[in-house]
Design a protein around this ligand. Sequence first.
Ligand SMILES: [Fe+2]
Length: 642
Amino acid sequence: MRGVSFISLAVLLLLATLQEVRSHGDQPLAKIDIRRSTLALHASAYVNASPAILGLKGQTTEWVTLEFSSPNPSVDDWIGVFSPSNFSASTCPEENPRVYTPLLCTAPIKYQYANYSSPKYKDTGKGNLKLQLINQRSDFSFALFSGGLSNPKLVAVSNQIAFANPNAPVYPRLAQGKEWNEMTVTWTSGYGINDAEPFVEWGRKGGDHVHSPAGTLTFDRNSMCGAPARTVGWRDPGFIHTSFLKELWPNAVYTYKVGHLLVNGTYIWGEKHQFRASPYPGQNSLQRVVIFGDMGKDEADGSNEYNNFQRGSLNTTRELIRDLKNIDIILHIGDICYANGYLSQWDQFTAQVEPIASTVPYMIASGNHERDWPGTGSFYGNMDSGGECGVLAETMFYVPAENRAKFWVTSLLLETKDLEQRPRTATLKQKEECKRQWYSTDYGMFRFCIADTEHDWREGTEQYKFIEHCLASVDRQKQPWLIFLAHRVLGYSSGTSYAVEGSFEEPMGRESLQSLWQKYKVDIAVYGHVHNYERTCPIYQNICTNKEKHYYKGTLNGTIHVVAGGGGASLSPFTTVQTTWSFYRDFDYGFIKLTAFDHSNLLFEYKKSRDGKVYDSFRISRDYKDILACTVDSCPSMTLAS
Ligand SMILES: [Fe+2]
């Protein structure tokens, strides 16, 4: 029987993985078989790129114009953007000499078809293209290929162009620190610790400013767990710096800019930004939270488009920027940018969200596309991370996870240039522990317990203990709004992928955790992974505990489960099966917003990314005594003795 159940579990996991692949589409860059490419250089073919120098006024994003020509044009000719500009065979890492060395071994950072803005290219052989580039620490070249994506033939290579300072500090992103009055600033640059001292200059708006030092992280190709992250998708990540701004005044406005002091005494500055410090836990003030999953990235110039992959991402980003003055904190609960092992995409994602993440805390959770890789300690043994095995997510974004400190110690040492000094003591078990990304964070009247579904959450595990402690340790009189967050749907979803299994959830989800949600009276649980929007009734053990749909007064008696996975990646369909617990379904891109007006009033809204308008909502009005009130399985037994 054990053998049979093991096989059933394996089949279930395989089905889940297949569904995953179908519903997410492919990483567009994976369509290019760069290692099969051959040379077909032609004397009369050319690609010209201009301007030669970008970012002369300090910009980190610029549009470039390409003009190109081919004597043998075809509809599947395409232009690849390479960075660094030298993408020849000389950059290919040594392989087994018996293996034929590929002529090219690095994927482009983006690509577009040659006839995209030149419909007559096939007839004239001439075309032009506008592409948006971001500063990502290296120069660029543009290559014209024939033979489509699967059989590339290199026809011509452009001149090289570069940002004025490729090493410039870029894309600052804020995150809540371990303490309520601490904000962390993480950014990326080309300056290692031997080149410059990284720091943040910051202070109250209009007041004195101080310098706080930053730690620096990086990693090498060997830190990747497999292909493509370790092969054609590898790109030098530069240096990732994090500074901890401490002892902030609640709700006070601070300005900051990141900087580097070079060894020659020169200062290099990032742009100036400002943020509002987080409220004190329990503080009674207006608090607005946005939550979504699976946003991914998209290109404003139309490049990398394949099968409508992530077309919603830019809409979500645009709406959040438009409404940013009415948002206090953002939680992006997994499947961050779908780089899937093509590392350049992380820079492009941090550039896309910079206006948001540099202004409000941008908290992430771990998803399958960040973490999963066989044999590396992830709960699921699929290959969704493309070999990243969590390294990119945990380095590019800060989260106040307990295990983060261990990760920092090992990673900081990794930056040591002297190979002999690199740590060899970190065991595989320690490295796996560092990748556990569950954490809690408080925001005024909210307590968020953020699970990591890519690691085991079942009873008896370290994560289960964390979840119980997070839910149990909050003082609901001060922080009445208790929110559980996770990437995979541990509660309820009518997404086809779960419905065909008959589980309507990630297997072992609510079976493991619903007693905790009920005992500690979790108000709302939000998930991603399924790319649509869905809201349930307040529910416990598959039964609605409250039939009201829009206004909850008094105790909920259960938890409201929400799927908010429509951040941007290609949408997931619903089953046609009607369930009693599914109150609202939307096959569209969107995100949710929670507004706590005070300790007794919460507004929930679902907004579509296309117009920012509210399409579903409800209110909760209740007092502390309503949280104390006993419901099914929510109170310990009482005695009549007095
Ligand atoms: Fe996912």
